[in-house]
Design a binder for this molecule. Structure first.
Ligand SMILES: Cc1cc2nc3c(=O)[nH]c(=O)nc-3n(C[C@H](O)[C@H](O)[C@H](O)COP(=O)(O)O)c2cc1C
Length: 409
């Protein structure tokens, strides 16, 4: 296999068949790893080939490792000596080179693999695998025979976006800030568009755990309000978790407004994966944030949790207002600033950099000044009461507001 072909055609595989991998093969994979370059040729890596189901189960149950660790016939834990080649993180760089070798070699012999750094709790993993205290966990590599109908190829950026000559010369640098006001709309679109393909458009993507429950809770309250005669517009459906679940339950005259083609492609692939046959009309927002639609057209507009991810709220809401019929209903939800999520943000940090902000009810109400608010719900007061409508609505993790376009505005 040509090297460039192997590099380009290797894909992250997240579904494996039960077929086991022979010991000889495991050792060849590890051998491919050890021919990677390492800082000062120290080769201070160790590879723990995990094939025992009990250990895998324990990693998932006790260390919070990905389920895939269990379903892959082989999971290799890659560890590296903490104190050797610490400078410039050369130990991580060496281990990473070894991992890439494994992925490519596995691919060249017909195996699929996944590089996993959301491996779970490092301390628990170290206990379960009895990792020496001087070694640090780098990643799991899940390997097995692929069990996928077709491989999804996450797009790569254009070469002129990632290379400049002699000096750092790029126009599209993301701001180092969570604050939505520091991001342009286009930057946020590019950021989220690049992010979406980290998952594959399987029916369950973005539907797991607390997030999935909150999605279904919102879907269940919205579905009875939508009637077959309504012209419905969902704004920025992203992965389609809300809209596609709505359309699974009800036939509707449904349009979506999306930000770019790449996200739209993901949405369509997921629609296909869910076997949803309904026709969905598609609009793309223009560069100056206009909805390509006439005034007073839609009966119902849905905007689920998107304001947390994109700036330019006023422009978005004004456009929604314009395309809505007088007395039309906007149903808008958002992740609430004054909820346990905010407290956990304060305690544990906000996580990876992204354009993402929790919003307050006061702020949203101000934004909706041209609408009459008719109802407000709060979901998930605490992690324990997940997805229950709560009495203390205003402290819910997700707030959902129903409002009507005022006629005389
Ligand atoms: C350092 C690193 C960590 C990763 N961790 C995860 C992970 O925890 N879970 C996962 O599903 N994919 C993980 N991936 C896989 C990426 O999502 C994947 O490589 C990327 O979306 C591009 O897809 P491709 O590998 O098919 O080209 C990781 C990749 C790298 C390089």
């Amino acid at each position: 296999m040509d090297v460039l072909d192997a590099i380009k055609n290797r894909r992250s595989i997240r579904n494996f068949s039960d077929r086991e991998i022979e010991k000889d093969c495991i050792e060849q994979i590890i051998e491919s790893a050890q021919w990677a370059p390492s800082a000062c040729n120290k080769q201070a890596w160790k590879f723990i080939a995990i094939t025992d189901n009990k250990i895998k189960e324990s990693l998932v149950q006790n260390a919070g490792s990905l389920n895939l660790v269990k379903s892959a016939p082989l999971t290799v834990a890659v560890v590296y000596h903490k104190k050797i080649n610490e400078y410039h993180d050369a130990n991580i760089q060496s281990a990473s080179a070894a991992i890439q070798n494994m992925l490519l070699y596995a691919h060249s012999i017909g195996l699929g693999s996944l590089w996993v750094c959301s491996y779970g709790d490092e301390k628990k993993i170290s206990e379960i695998l009895k990792i020496h205290k001087d070694y640090r966990m780098i990643a799991f590599v899940c390997i097995g025979y692929p069990n996928v109908k077709r491989k999804i190829t996450p797009k790569r950026k254009k070469i002129d976006h990632i290379v400049s000559y002699n000096q750092f010369n790029f126009g599209d640098v993301y701001p180092s800030s969570y604050n939505l006001n520091n991001w342009s709309f286009k930057q946020a679109v590019t950021y989220w568009s690049d992010t979406i393909y980290a998952s594959s458009p399987t029916p369950d993507v973005y539907m797991k755990g607390i997030v999935g429950k909150e999605v279904l809770q919102q879907v269940d309250t919205v579905v009875p309000i939508l009637s077959e005669n309504d012209k419905v517009l969902e704004v920025f459906p992203y992965a389609g978790s809300f809209g596609l679940n709505i359309l699974k339950k009800k036939k509707l005259d449904y349009s979506i407004l999306e930000t770019d083609d790449k996200i739209l492609k993901f949405f369509n692939e997921r629609k296909e994966a869910l076997n949803i046959k309904q026709d969905i009309k598609i609009k793309l927002v223009t560069d100056d944030l206009k909805i390509p639609m006439e005034d007073s057209f839609y009966d119902k507009v849905l905007l689920f949790e998107r304001l947390n991810f994109f700036p330019e709220h006023e422009k978005i809401i004004n456009e929604i207002f314009r395309v809505m019929k007088p007395n039309g209903t906007l149903i808008l939800s958002f992740k609430n600033k004054f909820s346990f999520t905010y407290i956990s943000h304060l305690l544990s940090g906000k996580g990876e950099l992204s354009p993402y902000e929790l919003l307050s009810i006061r702020y949203i109400k101000k934004l909706l000044k041209r609408f009459k608010i008719t109802k407000m719900d709060g979901y998930s007061l605490t992690p324990i009461t997940i997805a229950k409508k709560t009495f203390f609505k205003t402290f819910g993790r997700v707030i959902m507001i129903y409002c009507v376009k005022k006629q005389n505005e």
